[in-house]
Design a protein around this ligand. Structure first.
Ligand code: SF4
Length: 203
């Protein structure tokens, strides 16, 4: 697709996502403000689970403590945060803050909310057409690879519909998987692959 057309259609999609109230209308306690960023020219698309409370306030994806950890990982792979945010695309499986689940962190979007939001991600993928997808966390990974174990997935590269897929764990402090030394090794392997891909993709 011509880049100008893709940018125009992406801007239309963004406006549609910002107006969307599907989950609210279906009775889910979301904060209706779709969070995403990046241009149609992006070669990399990061797909998270859902924005958190910080992101809902600032309107920037991965803008809280989990985001800081994610960008420290990306820095290990050679990416500068400001440049990455300006040139690559960041979105999520569901685009509005799902709300808190008691005192135990954010509510995980239900299967129905994921279904309601799925057409938006499909259209983002079509318009941006990234060469590399980085799904972050189990729910995002399952969108591209089905139900898989993190231990068997992180550190490996996949192909899905002609695009490279490099999964990363969720960077939330609540993700206990990250605390194990063997997990750190798998993560380091994934980031080394990402570093190599950065050169390959010239990003
Ligand atoms: S999460 Fe997605 S489908 Fe649900 S209201 Fe937000 S943009 Fe719409």
């Amino acid at each position: 697709m011509d880049r100008d057309i893709a940018e125009r259609k992406l801007a239309e999609l963004h406006a549609e996502m910002r107006r969307c109230r599907r989950c609210l209308d279906a009775g889910y306690p979301i904060t209706p403000r779709a969070i995403f960023s990046g241009p149609a020219t992006a070669k990399i698309m990061v797909v998270g689970q859902a924005p958190g409370a910080n992101e809902a306030k600032t309107g920037r994806p991965f803008d809280g403590p989990a985001g800081r950890r994610l960008f420290s990982w990306l820095a290990q792979a050679g990416f500068d945060e400001d440049e990455f945010r300006a040139t690559q695309y960041i979105t999520a499986i569901t685009k509005c803050f799902p709300g808190k689940k008691g005192s135990r962190g954010d509510r995980v979007p239900t299967a129905m909310e994921r279904r309601l939001c799925a057409p938006f991600l499909a259209r983002e993928l079509e318009l941006v057409n990234p060469q590399l997808i980085i799904p972050v966390g189990r729910i995002a990974i399952s969108r591209f690879l089905g139900k898989v174990r993190l231990d068997e997935t992180i550190g490996n590269m996949y192909e899905c519909d002609g695009k490279l897929v490099l999964p990363l764990p969720h960077p939330s402090g609540a993700n206990l998987w990250l605390n194990r030394p063997e997990s750190r090794e798998l993560l380091d392997r994934a980031l080394a692959q990402l570093h190599a891909l950065k050169k390959e993709l010239s990003v």
